[in-house]
Design a protein around this ligand. Structure first.
Ligand code: SF4
Length: 180
């Protein structure tokens, strides 16, 4: 039987959700037996297969035009798209920036903050991604499964991966909505 392909990527987050994924420890080997783990930030492949994957997992909010590309690419190539962690589910920590607005946040980070050198400027290279308000993944593309938590608990991640790897849709309720 062909193993289901799983791929993941990250956008505006802290990588903590992927760190929590690694915290499933030796159970990762079990998942690797059940599924074909393709492009992820922790493997050598960096883009999900053009021919598609069964499960795409995205960490982080959608913060700029580059994140939008990542979100649309993973959506287009995945049968099931998972919003992984609070940043992807509802914007999370990065979305706090929305309260002051993108321009004010950039001004603070690149110009006003005390540790910056005098005459610091907001980067304006046209090749840089265009910033936007931080959005949840479902505000940009359709999402099939939300896995909340900051980060999601490793036991929940293991449950979700195992269910998906065995062809079932995880049920996100009761203990699976608890995290530490
Ligand atoms: S949900 Fe929490 S752990 Fe995951 S990327 Fe966002 S801030 Fe980091």
């Amino acid at each position: 039987m062909t193993k289901p392909k799983i791929s993941s990527d990250w956008m505006a987050g802290c990588s903590g959700c992927h760190m929590s994924l690694l915290d499933i420890d030796e159970r990762l080997l079990e998942i690797a037996e059940l599924a074909d783990i393709r492009a992820t930030p922790i493997t050598d492949l960096k883009e999900p297969d053009e021919s598609g994957v069964d499960v795409g997992i995205l960490e982080g909010g959608v913060n700029n035009s580059s994140n939008e590309e990542v979100a649309h690419r993973m959506r287009a190539r995945s049968k099931i798209l998972v919003a992984f962690g609070d940043c992807a589910v509802f914007g999370g920590v990065p979305a706090l920036r929305n309260m002051c607005g993108t321009q004010e946040a950039l001004q603070r980070a690149y110009v006003d903050i005390e540790s910056n050198e005098a005459n610091s400027k907001i980067p304006s290279d046209p090749e840089l991604a265009t910033m936007s308000n931080v959005r949840a993944l479902h505000e940009v593309v359709d999402v099939d499964l939300h896995v909340p938590g900051c980060p999601p608990d490793p036991d929940v991640i293991y449950y979700v991966l195992k269910e998906l790897a065995e062809g079932r849709m995880p049920e996100m309720k009761d203990e699976n909505l608890h995290w530490h």
